[in-house]
Write a protein that binds this ligand. Sequence first.
Ligand code: FDA
Length: 301
Amino acid sequence: MITRNFFLFLSQNKFMKGRAMKWGPKFGAKSVIAGETIQEAIDTVRKLNEKGLSATVDHLGEFVYSREEAIESADYCIRTLEAISEAGVDCNLSLKLTQLGLDVDRELCLSNMKRILEVAKADNNFVRIDMEDYSHLDATLSLLAELRESYDNVGTAIQGYLFRASEDIDKLKGMNLRLIKGAYKESPAHAYQKQEDVDRNYVSIIKQHMLNGSYAAVATHDHNVIAEIKKFAAENDIPVDKFEFQMLYGFRTDMQADIRSEGYKMRVYVPFGNDWYGYFMRRLAERPQNVAFAVRGLLSK
Ligand code: FDA
């Protein structure tokens, strides 16, 4: 737990971020980040597609504090969607609302999202809003509700560690949702703290959403959860085109291939860009064994 909290602390530490960014994405991050440019991300996606894996790309970046940066981020998302369409790859887009100015001006963030969704709609593509920390949850869901009045090619992610996850799942019936355990450090006032409680609630919300007849993207590296959901789908006659599994790029790649070869849809979340620090620290917090990546990266400098 100390290790987890340590890396979550580092994920928000500006001084350490500055230091790490100077080193560049060595430091182990390379094996879980698909390069810095759109072209590198597309090349990675193409390789995944060749193995039968779908993808979603995420241009890394969060906590934008100026209008200019928020507009720039939205423009970059649009360029990424255009590159996906030109390359003809099987890939959608994941993004964070704080990248698009949620903390700067809600209306600006809304208009940035609308610009992005127009382009995605023209290309018949889908955009997933990643879920950030608890302080952004209500703002994210309210913006999503407004977007859903005009667009059906947008969804979000719900975190199983939150007490209110089941209520939110009910309100979002019918929507394509990514279901996750949750990656941020949250207070005991809102979130389960014990792993076994998180796991239990996580499995429960996945089943709830699947039984609603809604499309579920089950995003986890946890083999126990994956096995349980495969069994649950079979027992409840839920067809394989009503759900998919998702994992992060560079994690459990053998299992990704196995899941696909069993006939399930498997989507890989492919992060790219030079703002990799927060993302990488959250991955270290989840699985301290990943520190081995970091050490290897440092030694190979
Ligand atoms: P967890 O880390 O709890 O692992 C469970 C068990 O699985 C481990 O004990 C181990 O046995 C095994 N295991 C896990 N990783 C392994 C590995 N690499 N190798 C071998 N065994 C391994 N979070 C968020 O808050 N907002 C978001 O929008 C997203 N988006 C998102 C998208 C995708 C595609 C994924 C996969 C994850 C996210 N997350 C996220 C992160 C998510 O909330 C969660 O923090 C991580 O996925 C870690 O939890 P897991 O469910 O993967 O299993």
